[in-house]
Design a protein around this ligand. Structure first.
Ligand SMILES: O=C(O)c1ccccc1NCC(=O)[C@H](O)[C@H](O)COP(=O)(O)O
Length: 269
């Protein structure tokens, strides 16, 4: 694990412990069970087959870039993304490193009909219940942060709560670890993400998706999401030529004066 990821994960453990003191596990479970049924994130991102679907990200800051957008209104951003044709929204909920908030999810869902991903560093079942209680439709699980048994436990829990899971990897060894579990425990709830961001060098390269593509079954191409460092219509054209039609874009959109217009241009007008 890179140093930055190790630091974030260590902080998450203390954050989860503190959250459990405020709201005990039994209580957060009850809240999760009482919350409205999730929107279908999986279907929004994978249908129609073979057509571009964009997960547009709401992210104020990041460890690699610092503050990305000063004029930050998550609801206005969600509306702009929806009007521009985003298939779904990814919302950073980590407070310390990304200046996000779990509260943004409910605010966004009240404003737009799109499904929303809780983009955070999930390492504990408590956070899965917390995500569902906050209104999330999907959660991110990062291969680099989780052992195989932990990953399977979290996948089973997410599925029992009807949440879509985006399992993301950067390193080949972690792709090898998760590959046998793609589609587990149910094929209509799991997406596979290749993150083009190298957290050791803090650089992005969409060539990383092309390098790992050969290790992915052709039948899984429709659930494959290329994430990070996507900035131009040409990036999207190159990914589409390789059969990759699902993408997640954050920083490029967040840096533009008009993120909705930037998304339209990125998607080819
Ligand atoms: O972005 C970072 O600096 C970062 C650092 C440590 C862990 C994760 C990090 N980013 C999360 C993401 O991968 C991106 O938010 C997401 O894939 C969108 O990427 P981009 O379009 O390049 O903003």
């Amino acid at each position: 694990m890179s140093d930055v990821l190790a630091e974030i994960v260590a902080h998450k453990r203390t954050e989860v412990a503190r959250a459990q003191q405020r709201i005990p596990l039994e209580q957060i479970k009850e809240r999760a069970e009482q919350s409205a049924s999730p929107r279908n994130f999986f279907a929004a991102v994978t249908r129609p087959k073979g057509e571009l679907r964009v997960i547009a990200e709401i992210k104020k800051a990041s460890p690699s870039a610092g503050l990305i957008r000063e004029d930050f209104d998550p609801v206005a951003l969600a509306r702009a993304y929806h009007e521009a044709g985003a298939a779904a929204i990814s919302c950073l909920t980590d407070e310390k490193y990304f200046q996000g908030s779990l509260d943004y999810i409910a605010q966004i869902k009240e404003a737009v009909p799109l499904p929303v991903l809780r983009k955070d560093f999930i390492i504990d079942p408590y956070q899965v219940y917390e995500a569902r209680a906050a209104g999330a439709d999907a959660i991110l699980l990062i291969g680099e942060c989780l052992g195989e048994a932990e990953l399977l436990d979290l996948l089973i829990l997410a599925h029992s709560l009807k949440l879509t899971t985006l399992i993301e990897v950067h390193e080949v060894e972690h792709l090898l670890k998760i590959r046998p579990h793609i589609g587990f425990p149910h094929p209509a709830y799991t997406l596979l993400g290749i993150n083009n961001r190298d957290l050791k060098s803090m650089t992005t390269d969409i060539g990383h998706t092309f390098r790992l593509l050969g290790m992915i079954e052709e039948s899984d191409i429709d659930i494959l999401v290329s994430e990070s460092g996507i900035k131009t219509p040409d990036d999207i054209r190159r990914l589409a030529e390789a059969g990759v039609h699902r993408i997640l874009v954050g920083e490029h959109l967040m840096r533009q004066p008009d993120p909705g217009q930037a998304l339209r241009e990125l998607m080819g007008g």
